[in-house]
Design a protein around this ligand. Structure first.
Ligand code: IMP
Length: 420
């Protein structure tokens, strides 16, 4: 038995969906602990592509039970869309997906407020527009609406009324009909009633029973509202801490924490990015790596692997293993750069400070390595990689001081090198 956590260790989009799907083969339970439908986890199985925003990608294994924890913000319409999509593809979901009654719900006004804020040039962050920030604001402000509230008409009506009243100024000019909203969300509640549960109780029982459990993070550590490049972050904690607070388990239950890194770096939306490529080169890498957001379709910004940020992520998450994804995207590079340190005005910076002013001033120090310029997608053993590719992976391992346990060389489940 084991309880493993998978976290994104960069700015999200590291390929966690594939890793969770892969490790799902050895799991009984997969649980999601934060974020919302801002995530987009892409999994390719037998040439069929599945993009899931809320349901854990472990659902693609027929014997796996999936949980969505209290730390996640739920768009019920999206959950129902995903259930429908999966059921149409022959994946049975209803009897093995459970959602915390304490998870907060995203309502239409959260999306309106998110988009409105994004239209203000002083507040623009490049969010996904899914209402994530405003929903977490309501949670912390103690006026949020939770999944259990969708099961009680009086409570739901009262809470929606209160929210519309409190937000009246911000929502002025918007067409919002309270009664229609109440009816729609009650209907969502009815459709999901059988799937709402106390996830903390279920998960602790599973752990006690010795089941193999995988806890799935969304986004990445550098988008963490506490530890990321604030304010250009999401509104939750994608780092390991919320695996506990977002599911209702204790930290002593966790056996290992795997950080997923892309073999280079990407980010979507605004914010500092020290190792970013120039646009000409980014365009090429974007097309090789299909670097377009799974949720918004936006082109991702691309850059070299940044070992300073990676070491930082390893520290915040107490990583015990690394999964390196998209190594094959580097197959065509003649020379590969890896950022090994930062300087500010000629002074070496040892510990990364993620505040906006500091990180936007750093100059990356690079080490150059020869590329391998041969395909890696059909390779399944580390020793069969060319010496240059092996050296690149070993360099990452050496710089982060955490062992690489898995390398992904393509989007298919089988395109994987297990290093353990
Ligand atoms: P929000 O989470 O929609 O509020 O967006 C805040 C920031 O996080 C923006 O820069 C988004 O592009 C980024 N973001 C949110 N979710 C993801 C994700 O799943 N992958 C990558 N970036 C994300």
């Amino acid at each position: 038995m084991s309880v493993r956590v998978i976290v994104g260790a960069q700015w999200g989009d590291e390929g966690k969906g594939k890793i969770v799907d892969l490790l799902g083969t050895e799991s009984d339970v997969v649980a999601r602990f934060q974020g919302g439908a801002n995530a987009g986890h892409t999994v390719v199985v037998n040439d069929a592509q599945f993009i899931l925003h809320l349901i854990p990608s472990g659902i693609l294994h027929p014997d796996v039970t999936c949980y969505i924890g209290n730390g996640v913000v739920i768009d019920p319409a999206e959950v129902l869309r995903e259930i429908d999509f999966l059921e149409k593809k022959g994946v049975h979901v209803r009897n093995r997906l459970f959602i915390s009654g304490y998870a907060h719900v995203i309502l239409p006004y959260h999306q309106i407020l998110d988009k409105k804020k994004e239209r203000d040039p002083n507040l623009f962050l490049g969010t996904t527009g899914r209402g994530i920030g405003p929903a977490y604001v309501d949670k912390v402000d103690r006026i949020g609406i939770r999944m259990i509230d969708l099961l009680n008409e009086d409570v739901l009506r009262e809470k929606i009324s209160l929210n519309l009243q409190l937000k009246a100024d911000q929502l002025a000019g918007q067409e919002i009909n309270r009664d229609v909203m109440v009816a729609e969300y009650l209907q969502f509640g009815e459709q999901l009633r059988a799937n709402v549960a106390d996830i903390s109780v279920l998960l602790n029982k599973d752990i006690k029973a010795g089941k193999n459990v995988l806890l799935e993070g969304a986004q990445g550590t550098l988008l963490d509202v506490d530890f990321g490049t604030y304010p250009f972050v999401t509104s939750s904690n994608p780092s390991v801490g919320s695996a506990c607070s977002g599911l209702g388990i204790g930290p002593t239950n966790i056996d290992s924490v795997i950080g997923v890194f892309k073999a280079y770096t990407t980010r979507v939306g605004e914010g500092p990015f020290p190792t970013e490529f120039d646009e000409e080169f980014a365009k090429r890498v974007r097309s090789w790596g299909n670097e377009f957001g799974a949720t918004t379709g936006r082109p991702r910004r691309c850059g070299w692997f940044d070992a300073v940020l990676a070491r930082y992520s390893a520290r915040i998450n107490g990583l015990t293993g690394l999964a390196i994804t998209k190594l094959d995207v580097l197959d065509q590079f003649g020379t590969i750069r890896i950022c090994t340190g930062y300087q500010i005005e000629g002074e070496f910076v040892e510990n990364l400070l993620t505040d906006r002013q500091t990180i936007s001033r750093v100059e990356p120090v690079y080490e150059e390595m020869p590329g391998w310029q041969q395909p890696t997608s059909d390779i399944r053993e580390f020793e069969k990689l060319s010496r240059e590719a092996q050296n690149y992976v070993k360099k990452i391992e050496e710089l982060i001081e955490v062992p690489v346990t898995l390398i992904s060389v393509g989007s298919e489940r089988k395109q994987t090198i297990i290093c353990e």
